[in-house]
Design a binder for this molecule. Structure first.
Ligand SMILES: Nc1ncnc2c1ncn2[C@@H]1O[C@H](COP(=O)(O)OP(=O)(O)OP(=O)(O)O)[C@@H](O)[C@H]1O
Ligand SMILES: [Mg+2]
Length: 457
């Protein structure tokens, strides 16, 4: 259902157009003057506006300019009489989507409005895609021969094919949760619809609500335009809520209400909007533990956890570690146009013995570095980073060994290496590590490496 505004002082025409679009299931407003048209447009922003070039009180061009300024998302179709050619050109220059010469067939205008709506949807998706990375990769891109991963793949295919139950993907950082979410979408019937991603940790708490639900113009001081939220943009697609464990409590309550009713309102809005998107959430935290601590709502947990998909850590995937190393060696060598390197047997042993706290992401980054830095075709164990060499045949990890300290050390090395490679640019370094800028800054602080808000261009 779209909102359509018709502005024409020919009452009969305006009203019959109104009926036509109401019959098509749209919400319709009819204005007989320019002033009325602007008032209606402000009250209920149209998706499409049919605008007569000649109105009694203002010229259609003036109305057009005003609407383009206040409602840039609206698609305006001008209705013109023969002989208006010069004005039509002017109208298109001012941002009209199209024009129709009067008299026209109703079929014609239906078609044109359909096109306008389609283009508007595309435009929304494009802006949205520009803003967010698209999960182009799916199961085909995922390496996993061990029984646990084969089981994950089987489940993902089943779940993708089956309806709209909520899915909760769990697993340590870097185990492939985002890949699985993307694959779930692409393998499902929803793949023709948007995949919308929200990182609950990376966005400021005060914006989270308006990101999710959108707002009406005037809902708060800065709300100069109506804005659709992610729930609305996702349509019949998939809404991926990443790092759901970081969602603040009052939004957990809202999300729960939404999941139960499958409808919501924009901030400041008065109508309920239905959504058919599937909700896929992911977290590297132990949600049950958060529930126990009272930091995550139990009822929401059960709502999200209808179908759990757990990704095992890399250290439990046996020889997949080597399969993945081979996969990334080939990938990065190809990208650099170099012969494909391989690991020397001792290096393979070290890879298998290492605990991989950063999982596949860590492995991928290390392999990339090896491909770039190692001169020989066979990578000797000496070329491996110290923490990996230490794992090889070393003492069992117990007793005097403090895992937390070790992890911090590894994290520190990864962060420093990323910063070095990114020539100190934090945004870039965060990208290399595959985490948000926000998360990266927090890490810097945690590791005592600074991270105050000196912004870089
Ligand atoms: N099985 C796999 N095969 C190939 N590449 C993988 C696999 N699993 C993960 N990757 C790659 O590893 C990196 C990390 O994966 P991803 O971003 O999905 O992790 P995540 O679980 O979402 O981590 P985090 O909790 O830190 O957000 C990505 O570059 C992804 O392409
Ligand atoms: Mg992730």
């Amino acid at each position: 259902m779209a909102t359509i505004l018709i502005a024409d002082d020919e009452k009969v025409l305006a009203q019959s157009l109104g009926m036509l679009f109401r019959d098509e299931g749209h919400q319709v407003g009819v204005a007989l003057s320019g002033r009325d048209a602007l008032r209606l447009a402000a009250e209920n922003p149209p998706d499409v506006m049919l605008l007569d070039l000649r109105l009694p009180d203002m010229s259609g061009l003036e109305v057009l300019s005003e609407v383009r300024r206040t409602q840039p998302e609206a698609m305006v179709i001008m209705m013109t009489a023969h002989g208006d050619t010069a004005t039509v050109v002017d109208a298109v220059k001012r941002g009209a989507f199209h024009y129709l010469n009067k008299p026209f067939e109703l079929q014609e205008i239906l078609l044109l409005v359909g096109k306008a709506l389609e283009q508007q949807k595309l435009r929304e998706e494009v802006t949205f895609l520009r803003e967010r990375r698209h999960p182009a990769e799916g199961l085909e891109e995922m390496v996993g021969n061990c029984p646990a991963m084969q089981e994950v793949f089987r489940k993902v295919r089943l779940v993708a094919a089956a309806g709209d139950s909520a899915v909760l993907i769990t697993g340590e950082s870097g185990t492939g949760k985002e890949l699985v979410a993307g694959a779930l979408h692409r393998l499902s019937e929803r793949s023709a619809h948007p995949f919308v991603e929200l990182n609950c940790a990376a966005i400021p708490e005060n914006l989270l609500e308006s990101e999710l639900f959108g707002f009406e113009k005037g809902a708060f001081t800065d709300a100069q335009q109506r804005k659709k939220g992610l729930f609305e943009l996702a349509g019949q697609g998939t809404l991926f809520l990443d790092e759901i464990g970081e969602m603040p409590p009052h939004l957990q309550a809202k999300l729960l209400r939404f999941l139960e009713k499958r409808s919501f309102r924009r901030l400041g809005g008065t109508t309920d909007i239905q959504v058919g998107a599937r909700i896929v959430a992911a977290t590297n935290r132990d949600l049950r533990e958060l529930v126990r601590q009272g930091r995550f709502r139990e009822d929401l947990f059960y709502r999200l956890n209808v179908i759990p998909v757990h990704l095992p850590p890399l250290r439990e995937r046996g020889s997949d570690t080597l399969a993945l190393a081979g996969h990334f060696l080939a990938h990065f060598s190809r990208r650099l146009g170099r012969p494909v390197k391989r690991l020397a047997p001792a290096a393979e042993k070290a890879f298998l013995a290492y605990r991989w706290p950063g999982n596949i992401r860590e492995l991928k980054n290390i392999v990339e570095r090896l491909v770039i830095l190692c001169p020989s075709e066979v990578i000797p164990v000496e070329q491996l980073p110290a923490e990996i060499r230490a794992g090889e045949g070393g003492p069992p990890m117990a007793g005097a060994f403090h895992i937390d300290e070790h992890l911090l050390g590894v994290e520190r090395q990864l962060v420093l290496a990323a910063l070095e490679e990114a020539l100190g640019k934090k945004g870039l370094a965060a990208e290399r590590l595959g985490i948000s800028r926000h998360a990266f800054k927090r890490k810097l602080q945690k590791l005592g490496l600074g991270g105050e808000d000196e912004d870089e261009p």
